[in-house]
Design a protein. Sequence first.
Length: 228
Amino acid sequence: MEYLAHLFETSEVTIRKDLTALEESGFLLRRYGGAIKLPTEMNEESQEQLSKQKLAIASAAANQIRDHNRIIIDSGSTTGTLVKALHHSGLVVMTNSLALANELIALECEPTVLMTGGTWDARSESFQGKVAANVLRSYDFDQLFIGADGLDLTRGTTTFNELIGLCQVMAEVSREVIVMIESQKIGRKMPNLELEWQQIDKLITDDQLDPNVKQQIEALGVEVIVAK
């Protein structure tokens, strides 16, 4: 741990957070004092299952969209799969991701693509900051599609990224907030709260969701959509 902190010129606390996030994403296993790489076959198997879950979630999310809707797609791998599922006419799509913007302009349905601009954050591969927030506030949207690193059943969506201000603005300017998240992330408590439950309208996840957890989330007033 000390070696990694020195190598990346950061604190051991940050290294621990990053290793935890990588373990939860299926890239390594934590061990005392550090971590080890997952065996290739285990990694590939888990990634294949994860990909199927994300595609199912994306398909269910696309079913929530209507022609001519104005939507925001936040940066992220789960939300990114939604782009390929878009087929609606007359869409206006705002994103803070260069990669997603490039995919959007290549779609046959030819959505109008808007970008937040702002300060580039290499860690999240997205635009953040005051400029991005001001751009978002100059529009209003029908729906926000956003992912999460974890889902605290008491507080809401959580992340290890400290840049959470833009997500709040995205939620503020959207009439409907839809969280796209794999069931394996539900129950994970990251250090930073992103969106509180009262800010979330719908949660879309895969069919591995525990029925008891589903009921617990619905009791908070959130519609739960299980993708199959």
